[in-house]
Design a protein around this ligand. Structure first.
Ligand SMILES: C=C(O[C@@H]1C=C(C(=O)O)C=C[C@H]1O)C(=O)O
Length: 405
């Protein structure tokens, strides 16, 4: 049977959630890079995996093949693979696997994947945990984070920095019926304005998240980015018109906006639309957000996305200002490797659109539990205990959903 007929058979008469779960399980079992995502304000859940074995490092977004980009926070000396090709894809609307045309004739990897899929689908006892590594031990240490915030402030007061964004991580255990795909469906329902995703690659492991922060988007000739900072925890029924911000948050967010404008200046881009700052709700939190929009055709910047990606990441929303000294400060003092937390990820060249998000409100999943990550922007006005509280409420964005079975 050829793969096309087989894939039609594979998905017939099963719900999308069941197909997606089997797709995910099969990818984990066969160590195949996979991404599943839902964009903010959209309903459509989509997934893709790469069965061909090229390891790609893509910098040129404009000419990239359809796929999913995932990149860690810290730069590396060697180019690392950062791409999952869309060899096999599925979406909620069609509920059927699609095979990328370039693969139709090179079927061995497809055959192998779909055989494993059929086998996994029937395997009642399948447990994704069996294929993951054990979690590193992470000590709960409130004082260590408070001391780190204090160190950031001392450095800021010495005049070298305007802002530093320290972060921390914490371990948690799963309930028995925890499954990443089930959690993704719950996150999609709870957080309409978030980019919700699962990513697995042999190199970076398994990540699940619901981020409020767009890094860059291109949709036909329109380029977008945002500056997002300032955080307050709010109840479910909070009305945005009641939001009040302290000078600290207003300045902290303005700094991120200035950073973006400076990047535009560096490349002599003068025409952009700036909207905000506005208060936006992201789950249990509110933030200040300014949106920037550029018409790439009118300004004659067809490769703006690739250029801005190089200039923007890591923004002063997740690293600090000035960027390189702040990144060095964090590498020296933060005490752990952020891996994909506060890196970026998202679909590239799907129907003329590329959308990359900052990987926040995310967790790495292991055999015996998860590790959750959060950071907080520190300026000279920060109160260390409040920055600790901010990381605690940021953890709740995901943990409230996981616990609410
Ligand atoms: C670093 C994080 O968030 C960033 C920092 C924020 C802040 O300091 O207020 C707000 C949104 C994000 O840009 C995180 O969520 O872990």
């Amino acid at each position: 049977m050829n793969s096309q007929h087989k894939t039609a058979q594979l998905t017939a008469s099963r719900t999308f959630e069941a197909n997606l779960m089997a797709f995910f399980n099969c990818a984990i079992k066969t160590d195949t890079p996979i991404a599943i995502w839902r964009k903010p304000t959209e309903e459509l859940i989509q997934g893709c995996c790469q069965v061909s074995d090229s390891e790609l490092n893509i910098e040129d977004l404009e000419n990239a093949p359809q796929g999913f980009m995932v990149s860690p926070f810290a730069p590396s000396d060697e180019p690392r693979p950062n791409y999952i090709l869309s060899d096999i894809s599925i979406n909620e609307k069609d509920n059927a696997f699609k095979i990328h045309p370039t693969l139709q004739h090179q079927d061995q990897s497809l055959e192998t994947f779909f055989e494993a899929y059929l086998e996994t689908k029937e395997q009642q006892s399948f447990d994704f945990r069996d294929y993951l590594h054990k979690a590193p031990e992470v000590r709960y240490d409130r004082q260590a984070f408070i001391d780190l915030v204090q160190q950031c402030q001392d450095a800021i007061n010495n005049g070298q920095y305007q802002k530093i964004v320290p972060s921390r991580r914490e371990g948690y255990s799963y309930s028995n019926n925890f499954h990443p795909v089930k959690e993704l469906f719950k996150l999609c329902k709870a957080y309409k304005n978030a980019f919700v995703s699962i990513v697995y690659t042999p190199q970076y492991g398994l990540w699940l998240g619901a981020t409020p922060e767009l890094l860059i988007e291109t949709q036909n000739e329109i380029f977008r980015t945002v500056s997002l900072a300032g955080t307050q925890g709010v109840p479910d029924d909070f009305e945005l018109s009641r939001a009040a911000w302290r000078q600290k948050e207003i300045e902290e967010q303005a700094l991120v906006s200035r950073y973006i404008i400076n990047c535009f200046k560096k490349i002599r881009l003068r025409e952009y639309l700036e909207i905000g700052p506005k208060t936006v709700k992201a789950g249990n939190l509110i933030h200040l957000k300014t949106s920037f929009e550029v018409n790439m055709k009118e300004t004659n910047f067809p490769e703006l996305a690739s250029t801005m990606l190089q200039l923007l990441h890591p923004t002063s929303a997740v690293c600090g200002m000035p960027m390189i000294p702040a990144a060095n400060f964090l590498a020296e003092h933060e005490g752990y490797d952020r891996e994909c937390f506060s890196g970026y990820l998202g679909p590239v060249n799907h129907g003329g659109t590329t959308s990359l998000y900052v990987n926040l409100r995310c967790t790495k999943l292991y055999k015996d539990g998860g590790i959750i990550y959060a950071g907080a922007g520190v300026t000279e006005e920060s109160i260390p205990e409040l920055e600790w509280n901010e990381t605690e409420i940021k953890f709740r964005t995901l943990l409230n959903i996981f616990e609410n079975l």
